[in-house]
Design a protein around this ligand. Structure first.
Ligand code: HSE
Length: 312
C-alpha cells in the first residue's frame, strides 16, 4: 500500500508588527500525518491522537482532510485515501496548529500523487484550510509552515510571498500559557480603523524589522519588534503579558511579542542560552500565578515540512 508520513512545523505569525504579513517556522512543535492510498474512492479520517477528543472527526470539517478535498478538486482527482493525524502541538495556542495540520496533509497527498504541485502552488489550498479554521484565509502561518524560514506576505491579491533571509544567531523562546484563545475571537476584537499616527509607527517598524532581518542587524530587529495596533488590544487576553515582557527584556531578549493570536508569547534572542533562561523565568513567573505553561526553544526552521517516511 502506498503511504507517507509527514511532519509540518508550528509557526510564529505576525512577528510583532507584521499582522497577517510576517511569520516564521519553528523546529518544534508541529503536527504529523500518516496517509495511505486505497481503492475506496473516499477521504477518511481514521485516527486522531493528541487532541483530547476535541477536533472534528468529520472529514469535511477537519482541516487535515478538508484540504485534501480542495487538492483533489483542483486537480480533478478521485482517489481513496485514509488519514491519521497526530497532534503533537497544542491548539488554540497561537502557534499555527490548524496550519500545521493543513500543511502536513497537503504535502502528504502531493507526495503520494507524485508531486504535481510545487509548495508555492499548495499555498492557496492551505490558506483555504485557514478560512475553514477561523473564517479568514490569512497566510502568515501556512506560508512559513509550508515553505520554511521567515516569510513576508507582500500582497494577498495577487498573492505575493517573499522568503526573507535572517541571521543564523536568532533563537526563539516560545511560551504557551495553558489558556485557550480561539483565533476567530482574537480577530473579532480588533479595531477596524487605525489612526494615521499609529500606522506611521507601525510601517516604520515593519520596514525596520525586514531591514534588520535582511542585514542581520540584531539591534534593529529588537528596536522594530513593536506593535502599536494589534498587541495593545490582544495583550489583555494574555495572563501577565506586560510583566512577562519586562522579564524577557531585562534578561537580554532582543524583543518580545504575541505569537499569532495568542496566548503564546515569543521572545527573539541572539543565542540559545538566553532563550532557555528566559523560558525558565517566564514559566516560573506564571507558575506563581497558578498558570501552567509549556516552553519551546527553537532556531528559525528553514526547512519547513519533512517527509519522514515514504512508501510509494
Ligand atoms: N495573523 C493571524 C492573527 C495569525 O493574528 O489573527 C493567527 O495565528
Amino acid at each position: 500500500m502506498q503511504s507517507v508520513s509527514v511532519f509540518a512545523p508550528a509557526t510564529v505569525a505576525n512577528v510583532g508588527c507584521g499582522y497577517d504579513v510576517l511569520g516564521f517556522a519553528l523546529e518544534k512543535p508541529g503536527d504529523r500525518v500518516i496517509m495511505h492510498l486505497n481503492n475506496s474512492g473516499q477521504i477518511t479520517l481514521d485516527r486522531i491522537e493528541g487532541d483530547q477528543g476535541l477536533l472534528p472527526k468529520d472529514p469535511e470539517k477537519n482541516i487535515v482532510t478538508a484540504v485534501i478535498k480542495y487538492y483533489f478538486d483542483k486537480l480533478n482527482i478521485r482517489q481513496g485515501v485514509s488519514v491519521e493525524l497526530y497532534k503533537e502541538m497544542p491548539f488554540g495556542s497561537g502557534l499555527g496548529s490548524s496550519s500545521a495540520s493543513a500543511v502536513a496533509g497537503l504535502v502528504a497527498i502531493n507526495e503520494l500523487m507524485g508531486n504535481p504541485l510545487t509548495r508555492e502552488q499548495l499555498l492557496p489550498l492551505a490558506m483555504e484550510g485557514e478560512r475553514l479554521a477561523c473564517g479568514n484565509a490569512h497566510a502568515d502561518n501556512v506560508a512559513p509552515s509550508l515553505l520554511g524560514g521567515l516569510v513576508l506576505i507582500r500582497s494577498y491579491d495577487p498573492l505575493d510571498v517573499v522568503r526573507l533571509p535572517y541571521p543564523d544567531s536568532l533563537h526563539v523562546a516560545v511560551l504557551y500559557p495553558h489558556v485557550e484563545i480561539p483565533t476567530l475571537e482574537a480577530r473579532k476584537i480588533l479595531k477596524t480603523n487605525v489612526p494615521i499616527t499609529d500606522a506611521i509607527k507601525q510601517w516604520g517598524n515593519v520596514g525596520g524589522l525586514v531591514a534588520g532581518f535582511c542585514t542581520g542587524d540584531e539591534q534593529l530587529i529588537g528596536r522594530s519588534l513593536q506593535d502599536y495596533i494589534i498587541e495593545p488590544v490582544r495583550a489583555m487576553l494574555i495572563p501577565d503579558f506586560y510583566q512577562m515582557r519586562t522579564i524577557a527584556m531585562k534578561n537580554n531578549a532582543l524583543g518580545f511579542g504575541i505569537s499569532g493570536s495568542g496566548p503564546s508569547v515569543f521572545t527573539l534572542c541572539n543565542n540559545p542560552d538566553t532563550a532557555s533562561r528566559i523560558i525558565e523565568l517566564l514559566k516560573n513567573h506564571l507558575a506563581k500565578e497558578g498558570i501552567d505553561s509549556t516552553g519551546y526553544i527553537s532556531a528559525i526552521n528553514n526547512q519547513g515540512p519533512v517527509i519522514q517516511q515514504s512508501n510509494k
